[in-house]
Design a protein around this ligand. Sequence first.
Ligand code: ZN
Ligand code: ZN
Length: 347
Amino acid sequence: MRALVKTGPRPGMELREVPVPTFGPSDVLIRVKAAGVCGTDLHIWEWDSWASNRLRPPVVIGHEFAGEIADLGPQAAAEGLLKVGDKVTAEGHIICGHCLQCRTGHGHLCTRTRIIGVDRDGAFADYIAMPATNVIPLEGIPVDIGAIMDPIGNAVHTVLEGDAVTGSTVFVLGCGPIGCFACGVAKAAGASLVVASDYNDLRLGLARKMGADVTLNPGKDDVLSRILELTGGVGVDLICEMSGHPAGHAQAFAAARLGGRVNLLGTPSRSTEVDFARDIIFKGLTLYGVTGRKMYSTWHQMTRFLRSGQLDPLPVVTHRFPLEGIADAIAVIKEGSAGKVILEIAQ
Ligand SMILES: [Zn+2]
Ligand SMILES: [Zn+2]
């Protein structure tokens, strides 16, 4: 089969012929139809310090995908929940099930998480093998949406953690694909006001398509005074911090109302300075670090939003490439001219 492989400790990926993956008794073999390309794949392509410390080539890249079940191990088949031909996606974090976090309902924080396309072979290939417990039937959700449910799930997790969003004000700081999805999730969940910010006007346009009521560009707008204006001087209830930038953190804490909440998904590449007394303690803020998707409450919330039509993520998809077009896919992500990018792997 074809696969995009990180073959050695250097930038790029190679399209190679490799064997179809073997799979265990409780696994399923999935024929991949579409896959999402994300910032993580850009880090892996560029072979930055995170990638070179984490990956052990050769490894097949890709962690966001959807496809069709081609075969099942005997145990997975005996369970009777999945069958050949089912359209599915999968949670790409494979967890141990035994550590304290796994056993207390916090599997998204498993100490032994192995991520497909990072720690083991991934989805930029004709086939991928997955544990049946990670597989999510699409049941009517289109395959190209299935291919991006991993990052949509990050947005669902970020927006829905904490008090109900219904009637509240939400500030999405950073409008990469996950920030844009978060705008749609916040509207679907009944937010009364969604403000989104980014330096990139193309991304702000996508955020508006996803339902953002107001978009602000920190290069042109005084974001904080606009937010105070829009919230009657009190600040926003929930900030979804998607930028990971030190300036983003400062703005997130400043934009939050007293007693507000900041859910942080963007990952800074270095440590940042925070005035805890002024910005967190005396404001009574709640901070929450968003890792992956909750297993599996996030997936259930997301599939309901998608099946009901309350959430349509497709406006965020700006580019589609075949598997051999990976260099072009990486290029549009790198230059900031893309929303979500999809690889179309099979019909
Ligand atoms: Zn991703
Ligand atoms: Zn675990």
